[in-house]
Design a protein around this ligand. Structure first.
Ligand code: GLU
Length: 313
């Protein structure tokens, strides 16, 4: 592999929380410890949830901790634009490429129908789409399109896709039975995360993706899209999630752990020390800067399983 290119790909749908920062720090350390290039891309595709003011705040929160980037949002670079909402034409072209191969069909199912017609297969509780609309005739499609705007799904084959994750090890899924035909474009016209993230990481020449392990089981689908679009996939590192003592995942709803509250309570070095301790890089939480950590960063010390945070906070 040539130069290492990693990225932050946050969704500006609220203030960042501790969990986002944890994966962000690991992505940054991995790139900086190898002298690579860091890219910041705002994943603001969903107009109902994302706001520019959150994006501005997010960039400020990353810089407060000491996590900088070389290319991307607010900086520019050769692979822009770096805001997904400015890249719709590019996703439309990728979508057409798949459509021309006969791989996409309109799905008229409502959410309730989708749930009723699917089998609850996946470990994360998500349902696998039954393929109900895959075999509609042209007449049925025309008829249904009179009253409903369809979402658009990709046809997946009955095929195992496996890969070796840098933290989680070997992971395998059957595209048809574990994932099912998945949505590439919503009925309101918004392109789906799966399409946009693959297209962008490919087009931005990202060759290392570090993110939360909640996205581990999206990866086989994404690898399939890389193949169909003729793009080179990156290496993946799915890092553990931070969970509350009662086992709940931290989320943007936990106001006491969002960056607003954390910036009041900790200095950047104190917070980095905590995150580095959870990431297995320090024996105990003590103040340290990201730049200092980059000198000792070691992927093999990053734990595989979710991390319960409690007393340290
Ligand atoms: N935008 C996604 C999120 O904030 C991350 C996507 C990715 O890293 O692949 O959850």
């Amino acid at each position: 592999m040539g130069e290492l290119r990693g990225r932050f790909a946050p969704s500006p749908s609220g203030r960042m929380h501790l969990g986002n920062l944890f994966s962000g720090l690991l992505a940054w350390l991995s790139v900086r410890s190898a002298g690579g290039v860091m890219v910041l891309r705002m994943e603001d595709l969903d107009p109902d949830r994302c706001r520019e003011e959150y994006a501005v705040q997010l960039a400020d929160d990353l810089l407060w901790l000491g996590l900088d980037w070389d290319e991307g949002y607010g900086k520019g670079g050769p692979h822009g634009p770096y805001r997904q909402s400015d890249r719709t034409e590019l996703y439309a072209a990728a979508f057409r490429k798949l459509e021309e191969q006969g791989l996409i069909y309109p799905c008229f199912c409502t959410r309730a129908e989708r749930l009723a017609a699917s089998a609850p297969h996946r470990s994360d509780g998500q349902t696998v789409y039954s393929g109900k609309c895959r075999n509609l005739t042209e007449e049925q499609r025309t008829e249904l399109a009179r009253t409903r705007r369809p979402a658009w799904r990709l046809i997946v084959p009955d095929r195992e896709v496996s890969f070796t994750d840098g933290v989680q090890g070997r992971f395998e899924e059957n595209l048809l039975w574990d994932c099912g035909d998945f949505i590439l474009r919503r009925s309101d016209g918004v392109y789906a995360y799966q399409l946009a993230v693959v297209y962008d990481d490919g087009a931005m020449a990202v060759n290392q993706v570090v993110r939360g392990r909640d996205l581990l089981d999206s990866t086989p689908r994404q690898l399939y899209l890389y193949e169909l679009l003729g793009l080179t996939p990156p290496e993946f590192y799915h890092v553990p999630l931070l969970v509350a003592p009662d086992g709940r995942r931290l989320s943007k709803r936990e106001k006491d752990l969002d960056m607003g509250a954390l910036r009041q309570r900790f200095t950047p070095a104190e917070l980095t020390g905590l995150l580095a301790f959870w990431a297995g890089q320090l024996e105990k939480p003590e103040p340290v800067t990201p730049a200092e950590l980059a000198r000792i960063f070691d992927w093999s010390k990053v734990p595989e399983n979710d991390i319960t945070i409690g007393n340290e906070l």
